[in-house]
Every structure is written in C-alpha cells, then in structure tokens.
Design a protein around this ligand. Sequence first.
Ligand code: AMP
Length: 170
Amino acid sequence: MDFKKYIRDVADFPRKGIVFKDITPLLQSNFALKSAADELLKFVGDQKVDKVVGMESRGFFFAPWLATQLNAGFVPVRKAGKLPFNKISQTYSLEYGEDTLEMHADGILKGEKVLIHDDVLATGGTSSAVCKLVEKLGGEIVQCNFLITLDFLKGDELIKEYPIKSLMHY
Ligand code: AMP
C-alpha cells in the first residue's frame, strides 16, 4: 500500500525552510490508519517488549496502541515541565531548535525490553535523547520504530546501535 499518498507536505511549518510531514491525512483515513498501525506492529515481530516509549506529541498516536497489542505498558516522554512526578531529563537538538525531554523515573525498570516509537525520524536528536533516557533507567532498546524517516538528515547515524524500522523513507 502506498502510505505516502496520505502524507501531506506543508512548506514553512513550523518555521521557514522546514517541509513539515503532516500525518493527519493518514490518521483521518480508517484504512490507512489501520494499515499503518498493523505494519508498525509487524516490524516488532515476536520480540518480547515490556514497555513502549512514545514521544510527545505525535508519538502518542500509535505508541499506546502498539503497547496494548504487544501486552506491554506505555511510557510517555514529554517536554520539560509537563510530567508531575520524579523524572529524569535529557537535552537534545531538533531539526528546528533545542529542547529538553523528560520521563518519569519509575517508567522503566532495569532490564525491561523497550520499543521506542515516534512519527518522524529527522536529525535523530529526539530519538537519541529518548534512547539515553531509557538506558539511564537500565532499559534495553529492542527497536526504534517510525512512520517516516527523512533519510537526507541522516538521523539514523545518531541511533545506529539500535535496530531501526520505518514505514516510509524520504
Ligand atoms: P529530530 O529530533 O530532528 O529527529 O526530530 C524528530 C521530532 O521532530 C519528531 O518528534 C517529529 O515529530 C518532529 N519533526 C522533525 N522534523 C519534522 C518534519 N519535517 N515533519 C514533521 N515532524 C518533524
């Protein structure tokens, strides 16, 4: 199936010079939504997963669903200041700007198998920060799983020690 038909390029969003990959057409189509979710799940295969970690905010669309399918828990990673309890943090750089990500300190137990999911792998700054958060807590990353990879930004190089899967490549 041609998932790219459901991705809308929005020029100059959120800043001039950025071509934003808008996944809302994919989310709006029942067929594309279900098919994409199934493909993301197939990427994991029969690997054991204890926790699925999803990044604010577009990582939240699929990560909790993947967790229920994998009999795993869901752990949100959020921007600084949003999580209420004891947390760990990691600063990272984005395709547009710099920020800090946080995760609850009890989100992952030592030795747990972790699937990381986000909508887009761009420069890799976000995902590599999330991998660091997971490893600080002693989690073992089984896969980093994306809808879209922007190959020309070479984000995969920042997370090259982990298996990476992506439904679409640009
Ligand atoms: P990066 O840290 O550069 O890999 O950026 C990844 C994060 O930023 C993801 O959470 C994406 O949601 C978002 N992002 C970065 N670039 C784009 C883009 N061109 N289109 C849509 N989302 C993007």
